[in-house]
Structure formats: structure tokens, C-alpha cells
Design a binder for this molecule. Structure first.
Ligand code: PMP
Length: 450
């Protein structure tokens, strides 16, 4: 089971050898050789309380001693009910129901299917099409893989993806805002693309629009332009399209508010969340649903045509509830906001003058830097240079876990590094992140420039 010998695990990369993560301590992971890694991305924006948070570990122990599982065809459980109460009490007004799943893909599949069933039960069975954004990622199961707009992820599976879907340009100021165009004007223009697409395909055929509130997957910590989601809300209302915000990465405090959409002044019809919900202590995701939409199902025959064995798993719900209580009781949303500003200032000071850093962006403790071959015309490095992978390798060697990505396709966008440290990270540790990342980026740039 070492990182060097033969493994029976079907790893992500069958040729790679992985260090064996053996234990965790706050913001640090320790491998079986005792090497310590500062976890600056919480894996992929997962471990918002760091590793082995004592209160969450205790909550898991306690629930495991009471009841490990009861199937939701027969029972509900205290932890699931309490977590649903907790989340709906803090969600935007109108959200009354929560569907618990085991991760982000399932949360988005749930939203996609629920939107479809709601339209059918409202007497509009022709509404089947989803609209999402180019470069987006909403998960890897087939429905939401079809939904996403990342060609590299979908290429192989094209023939087995059945969802009718359209993609509009993302709201991505660094690459799409025009010279001299104000931020709000850009936000309105980017939102208008949704209206154009709805009219093009026929409003009566569109079921749902999906977007990440702050984009984590694919492009890296891209906040929306001001007013973008208010305009998206207006357009969805006008054409009877349901609006889903994917907060699988950006939700549960990551951007400084519990739900990232709180900062947008726009309330969607559904919010999906996962990673920070259980903070990695348990696998859990959720689809939050407006009460009026749940009532459509209730008023029909009450049965949502969906379900998984592990929905509402009591140990996962107990871990998530304790995670959320820690965030609230320890004032961690405030900490995310202040640490986020400190981190942003550190990143700007260190990378702002780097000729290959095109953009430094994000909100709260959800930050990214985008790397380019040419800062003036924003040309990315060719994907074949593998810059993001090089950064990952050098960072790991230096004892840093960050989350580099290499965009969607040559010429469209480029390499970035996503940083999503635990909310408990202190300023000294943020300094270590910047030092180690700087060294990893320098070495990688030296290699790709030859
Ligand atoms: N949506 C977004 C925005 C994500 O970042 C991810 C995971 N990277 C998913 C959906 C899929 O979540 P999971 O891997 O838990 O299925």
C-alpha cells in the first residue's frame, strides 16, 4: 500500500505514484514518511475546518454510537432533520426543503431532475433543455457531465451524453470584459447571452439554467460581475426557466458568506452545495429547494422520482451539522473575510509584478492566480506544456497542496492555481503558502520557457 509499490486501487492516474496520506493536524497533512504538507486548497475546497477537527470528530463518534444508518424509504433521522432545519433557517428567504446526497455531482443531478419533474407536473412537459456556460463543470456523472461546458472533460463521452443542452459565454471579466466597458455593463451583456439563447431555442423548451455563483471548477475563483445574477434572475423569471446556483465549491462560507449568492442580491430556485458542507469529515452534498417548488411535487402525488441509498446518511448529517455550528460559533465567516483580504494582499504583493501572472482574483478564502505566456495579450501557455501539472508536482515536493488547473482548451483560457485554504489558517501559514507557491511557480515557468 505504499506510494511506490503495486496498488490494487484504480487510481486517477494509473502511472502515477501517490504519497500515502496517513494523518492530519489542522491545516497540515502528514504522509507515511512523516513529510508534512500545508493544505492550501483543502483538497479541492473541501477541508474548510482543516483536518481532524476535534468537535466534528466527536460528533461523528457520538452519532456512530447511536445509529449508523436507516433507509429513507422507511425512516427519517434526527441529524438529517436538524441539519435541514439549520440550513433552511440560514438560506435565502423562501428556501424550505433540503435533499441530502453524498457529493456535488449528485446534488446537481438532483437539481436537474427536480427541475424536469416540476415542469412536467406543472403541465409543461416540453421543457427539457438545460442551459449552462462554456468552460463550466458541474460534476462527472453523465447528466451533469453533459450539462457542463468543458470540452476536454466531455470529448470521450459525447456519444453517451443525452441531455439537450446549450452553453453561453461565462461571466469571466478577465477574458471577456471589453476595453472601456464598465463592470456593470459587462455583467448585463454577459447575462443577455442567456436571454438570446432562450429565445433562439424557444423559451417553452427550456427547463433550467445552471451556473456556479463564484466559479471554482475549470477557471479558478472567478467572481461574477456586479448585477450579473440579478439580471439572470430577471431573465429566468421572464421565461419560466428555473435557476440553479452550483455552490458545491463556493458555498458554506468559502467566499465569506454562508451562501455565495448572498453577495449577489439574487435568489435562485435551487442551491447545490457539497464540499464545505461536511468539510471532508464525511461525504455529503445537498440540494436546497424553494418551498413553492417542493409544493408542486407535494400537490401532484408527492413523490420525487429520484433517490439514492445513502441520502440523508445520519453520520454524514451529524458531521455536517457540527461543521456548520463550528463555523458559526467560532466566527469563522468573519475570519474568512479578513484572512481573505490578507491573503489577497500577500498574493498581489508577491505575484502582481510577475510577467506571467495575468490575473489575481477571488473572494474570501477562495482565490486564484491565472498564468499566461504573454500578459499583454493574455495568451495562455499551450496545454501541451503542462504548466498546471508541473506546478502541482513542484508544490507537492515542497510540501504544499494547491489546486492547479489547465483550463478547457487551447486558446480559450489557460493555467491557473486555485487556493482554498481552511478557514482556520493563520497569517503565518498564509505566508508559507505564498513562499512555497512562488517557488513552485518559478521552477515550473523555468521548465516551460525552456
Ligand atoms: N460542481 C462543482 C462546482 C465542483 O467543483 C464539483 C467538484 N469539483 C462538482 C460539482 C462535483 O462534485 P463531486 O466531485 O463531489 O461529485
Amino acid at each position: 500500500m505504499s506510494g511506490t509499490g503495486h496498488s490494487h486501487i484504480f487510481h486517477r492516474d494509473l502511472r502515477a505514484s501517490y504519497p500515502v496520506a496517513a494523518s492530519g493536524e489542522g491545516c497540515w497533512l502528514i504522509d507515511s514518511n512523516g513529510k508534512r504538507y500545508l493544505d492550501a486548497s483543502g483538497g479541492a475546497a473541501v477541508s474548510c475546518l482543516g483536518h481532524l477537527h476535534p468537535r466534528v470528530v466527536a460528533a461523528i463518534r457520538e452519532q456512530a454510537g447511536k445509529l449508523e444508518f436507516a433507509h429513507t424509504s422507511f425512516f427519517t433521522t434526527g441529524p438529517a432533520e436538524d441539519l435541514a432545519d439549520y440550513l433552511t433557517a440560514r438560506a435565502p428567504a423562501g428556501f424550505g426543503r433540503v435533499y441530502f446526497v453524498s457529493g456535488g455531482s449528485e446534488a446537481n443531478e438532483t437539481a436537474l431532475k427536480l427541475a424536469r419533474q416540476i415542469h412536467v407536473e406543472r403541465g409543461e412537459p416540453q421543457r427539457a433543455r438545460a442551459i449552462a456556460r462554456e468552460q463550466s463543470y458541474h460534476g462527472n456523472t453523465l447528466g451533469v457531465l453533459a450539462l457542463g461546458g468543458n470540452p476536454a472533460r466531455k470529448e470521450l463521452y459525447g456519444p453517451i451524453l443525452g441531455l439537450p443542452v446549450s452553453h453561453i459565454a461565462p461571466c469571466y471579466a478577465y477574458r471577456h470584459q471589453r476595453e472601456g466597458e464598465g463592470e456593470e455593463a459587462y455583467g448585463l451583456r454577459a447575462a443577455k447571452a442567456l436571454e438570446d439563447e432562450i429565445l433562439r431555442v424557444g423559451p417553452e423548451t427550456v427547463s433550467v439554467f445552471f451556473a456556479e455563483t463564484v466559479v471554482g471548477a475549470t477557471a479558478g475563483a472567478v467572481p461574477p460581475a456586479p448585477g450579473y445574477f440579478r439580471e439572470i434572475r430577471r431573465i429566468c423569471d421572464r421565461y419560466g426557466v428555473l435557476m440553479v446556483l452550483d455552490e458545491v465549491m463556493s458555498g458554506m462560507g468559502r467566499t465569506g458568506t454562508l451562501f455565495a449568492c448572498e453577495q449577489e442580491g439574487a435568489v435562485p430556485d435551487m442551491i447545490t452545495t457539497a464540499k464545505g458542507l461536511g468539510a471532508g469529515h464525511q461525504p455529503i452534498g445537498a440540494t436546497l429547494v424553494r418551498e413553492d417548488l417542493a409544493r408542486v411535487i407535494e400537490g401532484h402525488d408527492g413523490v420525487f422520482r429520484h433517490g439514492h441509498t445513502y441520502i440523508g446518511h445520519p453520520i454524514a448529517c451529524a458531521a455536517a451539522l457540527e461543521t456548520q455550528k463550528v463555523i458559526e460559533e467560532e466566527g469563522l465567516l468573519e475570519r474568512v473575510r479578513t484572512a481573505g483580504e490578507t491573503f489577497n494582499a500577500m498574493l498581489s504583493a508577491r505575484f502582481g509584478q510577475n510577467p506571467h501572472v495575468g490575473d489575481i482574483r477571488g473572494r474570501g478564502l477562495f482565490r486564484a492566480i491565472e498564468l499566461v505566456a504573454d500578459r499583454d495579450d493574455k495568451t495562455p501557455f499551450p496545454r501541451a506544456k503542462g504548466l498546471a501539472n508541473r506546478i502541482r508536482t513542484h508544490a507537492m515536493a515542497a510540501g504544499l497542496v494547491c489546486y492547479p488547473g489547465n483550463g478547457t482548451a487551447d486558446g480559450i483560457d489557460g493555467d491557473h492555481v486555485l487556493l482554498a485554504p481552511p478557514f482556520i489558517i493563520d497569517d503565518d501559514e498564509l505566508g508559507i503558502v505564498v513562499d512555497r507557491l512562488d517557488a513552485a511557480i518559478r521552477r515550473s515557468l523555468d521548465e516551460v520557457r525552456g
